[in-house]
Design a protein around this ligand. Sequence first.
Ligand SMILES: [Zn+2]
Length: 216
Amino acid sequence: MEGSACSHIRGADLCRVYKKAGYHGLFITDHFYYGNTAVPRTLPWDEWVHRFCLGYHNAREAGRKLGLDVFFGWESSYYGIDFLIYGLDETWLLAHPQVVDWSVEEQFYEIDRAGGLVVQAHPFREAPYLPRVQLYPDYVHAIEGINTGNAQAVFNRRAVAFARQHQLPITGGSDTHDKHLSGGGMLFFSPIRGGQDFVRAMRERRKALILKAETL
Ligand SMILES: [Zn+2]
């Protein structure tokens, strides 16, 4: 709720839900600047970033007390085409205000150069708020193959097939917006220690199980 206008749960409460469900950790990826952000775009960049990261900081603090690892990311949006960015932090954002106006191609070049990871989010989702399916296999490191917030299993099947076709690794995500668990995520065979560790795991194509709900 701190970072995303469509969220119905605060960062700290979300941690309690995930800890109880047995997760070891999670990424907070709020809707970024041109997505459904809860932070006014009229704010100066420093203040905007600070407010955008608040949900993450609150979650991290709650996670520290609970024994749940909390990592930072964001979901950039290009007229409804969404990308999950991992492995970079608040300090990097503060130093790169130009991030908001990068094209999809520039985003990949710059995030890659900075050591981050670009993942196209739910690429085959069809929904009234999404204008079209548009794919960028050359400008992502991975594809969100399973998104347990998708309404239909076929959207995930298409994403997995697309990733295989382009030999891109897949991630699994929950699309969490409230206290209801959708069962998504990833199970690695060794612990993920931080955002950079996740980037390495994906770039090295470390094996992981992708969690999914029964119906998806
Ligand atoms: Zn949302």
